[in-house]
Ligand binder design. Structure first.
Ligand code: FDA
Length: 377
């Protein structure tokens, strides 16, 4: 008999929610993670008393009351609202594009004037359909917004010229004609009081977690320890890359402690000029309205991904999606392994989405188990 009911590969949100729910149903779980900490990409590192978002800024937001209550059952959330700024040359602009942005760009003070200005700058594609990202953006928001706030940032993010990027990357550009700087439209938003590690500690409370254990270093062993496996690592690696590698975009972070209590007065400032090498600067204390004497800031750089770098954003183009579908087919034929999360499903997930997905998968799984059990008895 196996020692555990579930081996869960990966202690990120997907793995932790699955483990928590299985544990609640009396199942014995072992969670392994190849990193030296639990929590996956929401993990925070404490520096100068400040919770530093090690893998990029994380703001929890959702419209789903049940999901909000679920996360709040582990930790209280503060009232942080994301209101990012964009810096272009020596000027600051509010994001997302709204009446404050239009006022800063053109000194317009009414929605009618802002609409008029945008319409006068919109460039419709010659053939009726945008051939690339530049044409797409110009057709949606016109020249000033595109040149100052979109072009450089997007080119840095993708490492390619906007004219070489496909139009579909920007399907729509949310433009608001109200003076509202709240980045998200969701009803609930915030940061866990005390940081994301509190949320992850709550989810994994009472569950055995072993760190610095790479599933692939000894998969024969790990496959033998439990009845079922939940896999949240890279699906292409799980199948030995037999259809090829799935590609990602990676990030690099430069974090420093500054001897000032407030460096930029905001949690997130995007740098939208191509010439500035980083895409944004994060000042972590502002996520928690921190009052510490010093501050910690992180410059975020976008970079090409290669196998030894951290995979951040899946490149969901036709080529990669086609490769992924082949892996997905193999996974469907292997129902004894549950694949979930951003790496196993090769998709960008927000935190609330990955939690919802784990809750659904765990509940479907236990329904299936009950059905099998009933039909056997
Ligand atoms: P996650 O990557 O967190 O966990 C997977 C775990 O598996 C990792 O700990 C990894 O080490 C482990 N693992 C992988 N392979 C393994 C192996 N072979 N053996 C052992 N362990 C292995 N969302 C949001 O709602 N608001 C936000 O503001 C942001 N911000 C944000 C910024 C940036 C830069 C990114 C890239 C993403 C966001 N997100 C976000 C998304 C958020 O990060 C995401 O929803 C969750 O981290 C996904 O959780 P997972 O469990 O799927 O993966």
């Amino acid at each position: 008999m196996n020692k555990y009911d579930y081996l869960i590969v990966g202690s990120g949100l997907f793995g932790a929610v699955f483990a928590h729910e299985a544990h609640k149903r009396g199942k014995k779980c072992l969670v392994i993670d190849k990193r030296n900490h639990q929590g996956g990409n929401v993990h925070c590192e404490k520096i100068e008393g400040i919770n530093v978002h090690k893998y990029g800024p994380h703001i929890f937001h959702t419209n789903d009351k049940e999901l909000w209550d679920y996360v709040n059952s582990f930790v209280e959330f503060n009232n942080f609202v994301l209101t990012p700024l964009a810096k272009y040359q020596d000027r600051l602009y509010n994001l997302p594009f709204n009446m404050n942005t239009f006022y800063q760009l053109w000194n317009v003070q009414t929605p009618a004037k802002a609409k008029e200005k945008i319409q006068s700058q919109v460039v419709n594609p010659i053939n009726g359909e945008a051939a690339n990202l530049e044409e797409q953006a110009l057709s949606l928001v016109g020249t000033d917004v595109y040149q100052k706030l979109i072009k450089g940032y997007t080119e840095k993010q993708w490492g390619r010229k906007a004219t070489e990027l496909p139009a579909f990357i920007i399907k729509r550009l949310p433009v608001r004609f109200t003076f509202d700087n709240n980045y998200f439209n969701d009803r609930y938003q915030g940061i866990p009081v005390g940081g994301y590690n509190k949320l992850m500690d709550g989810l994994l409370n009472g569950i055995e977690v072993r760190l610095e254990q790479d599933y692939f270093a000894d998969r024969g062993h790990w496959d033998s320890v439990a009845e079922h496996t939940v896999f949240t690592g890279k699906i292409d690696q799980y199948y030995d890359f037999r259809f090829g590698q799935l590609e990602y975009r990676s990030l690099r972070f430069e974090t420093e402690i500054l001897d000032t209590d407030n460096f930029q007065g905001n949690a997130v400032i995007n740098y939208t000029e191509r010439e500035v090498p980083y895409t944004r600067v994060i000042e972590h204390k502002h996520f928690e309205h921190g009052k510490q004497e010093k501050t910690v800031v992180t410059k975020e750089y976008s970079q090409e991904w290669s196998a030894e770098k951290e995979p951040y954003y899946p490149i969901n183009d036709e080529k990669n999606d086609q490769i992924f579908r082949q892996y997905q087919q193999l996974a469907r034929n292997q129902p004894e392994v549950i694949f979930g999360g951003r790496l196993a499903e090769y998709r960008y997930y927000d935190m609330h989405q990955v939690i919802a997905s784990a809750l659904k998968k765990v509940s479907d799984h236990f329904i299936d188990l009950d059905v099998t059990h009933l039909s056997l008895t």
